[in-house]
Design a protein around this ligand. Structure first.
Ligand SMILES: Nc1ncnc2c1ncn2[C@@H]1O[C@H](COP(=O)(O)OP(=O)(O)O)[C@@H](O)[C@H]1O
Ligand SMILES: [Mg+2]
Length: 360
């Protein structure tokens, strides 16, 4: 068995003049929950279809379980796809829908019976065998689609925005369930989503895509805490971007002047020399506001807006009349939820290691 369930090596896919996939290389390990995350039109579905064999690459190679796929048709690849619209047969029962693939492969009646019941148990749909898809809720239909894909014991399951049609609460429940299911069955999942929170919740690793290219690959923590570019920092979570010029580099730290005599600091995680135009990215929840200057590096500012959003309070703070940053403070107690009002003079502070130095 190959260490990698799926490998893409410098894969391109063009549709006429449209470059849907641009030099994409991925190495997806056995048993990984791997997400392709990016905005609509960035090439996620096309990448999945290249793995499934519904599309052939314009250039580059697709390997599944160490074998070069070349022109191998979809039904000969050890993968199965779950689509957002479920694609169930409406006139067939749940049992028949799930059994369909096995019947096509002339598996014996006893084995089909056993496999279908086992997999319906797995997706938590026992007792629904006789129903038609139209008699099921959206979430239940999605489980049937999953069961139908899992019953073939694929090496890799490809899921294209499978929860996209469900309402938020059900989607969140299904996210946790899918993740637990994946861990139980140990099958490699390649999961396409444009929802950053979904990708963070479920994935072992995430490939962030934009305009056909993979911009960054990492664990949820790596992607969130150490975005490699402004696009990734902006797409995943909320971020303050402070543009400026490098004023000093010393002791593994960079000082950046973001306005007239406003200095902010970040670890020197990439090459930078004095005078470079750079961007410092800081997450709103890493910033603290205080009415006393507790840190020598705290920046004086004024609260401009206060928005109570239940779990936390968002403040917009203006730094020395120049730049505005968003700050999020968790509401640990009701009485501290709006502890600062608009117009309050504050000191704005964050740990230098919470800031990221990005290219300008
Ligand atoms: N069969 C096709 N013919 C022409 N253009 C296509 C085709 N499939 C996808 N595209 C284009 O390729 C790009 C990527 O599409 P897609 O992979 O569906 O993105 P995503 O799934 O990330 O939303 C888009 O610009 C889309 O319009
Ligand atoms: Mg898509």
């Amino acid at each position: 068995m190959s260490e990698h369930a799926v490998e893409l090596v410098r894969v391109d896919k063009h549709f006429g003049t449209v470059v849907a996939v641009d030099t994409v290389s991925l190495s997806i390990r056995n048993g990984e929950f791997y997400s392709l995350l990016g905005p609509s039109g960035c090439g996620k579905t096309t990448t999945l279809r290249l793995i499934a064999g519904f599309e052939m690459p314009t250039a580059g190679q697709v390997y599944i379980d160490g074998e070069l796929q070349g022109e191998t048709p979809p039904y000969r690849r050890p993968v199965n796809t779950v689509f957002q619209n479920y694609a169930l047969f409406p006139h067939m029962s749940v049992f028949q829908n799930v059994a369909f693939g096995l019947e096509m492969r002339h598996v014996s009646k006893e084995v089909i019976q056993h496999s279908v019941f086992e997999v319906l148990e797995m997706v938590q749909l026992p007792g629904m065998e006789r129903r038609r898809p139209g008699q099921l809720s959206g979430g239940q239909q999605q489980r049937v689609a999953l069961a139908r894909a899992l019953v073939n014991h694929p090496k890799v399951l490809l899921l294209d925005e499978p929860l996209g049609a469900l309402d938020l609460k059900l989607r969140k429940a299904m996210q946790l369930e899918l993740k637990a299911l994946q861990e139980r069955v140990g099958i490699t999942f390649i999961y396409v989503t444009h929802d950053q929170e979904e990708a963070l919740t479920m994935s072992d690793r995430i490939a962030v895509m934009n305009k056909g290219q993979v911009l960054q690959i990492g664990t949820p923590e790596e992607i969130y805490e150490r975005p490699a570019s402004r696009f990734v920092a902006d797409f995943i979570g909320e971020t303050n971007f402070l543009e400026g010029k490098v004023a000093a580099v010393r002791n593994g730290e960079v000082a950046v002047e973001i306005g007239d005599a406003l200095l902010v600091y970040a670890p020197l995680e990439r090459d930078a020399v004095v005078g470079d135009t750079v961007v410092i990215a800081v997450r709103p929840e890493k910033i603290s506001l205080s009415t006393t200057p507790e840190d020598p590096r705290a920046l004086p500012g004024v609260v401009r807006e206060v928005v109570y959003v239940g779990t936390d309070t968002r403040y917009l703070a203006e730094l020395a009349g120049q730049v505005t940053v968003m700050v999020r403070e968790q509401n640990l107690a009701e009485e501290t939820a709006r502890r600062l009002s608009a117009g309050t003079a504050v000191y704005v502070c964050w740990q230098p290691q919470s800031a990221r130095l990005l290219r300008g």
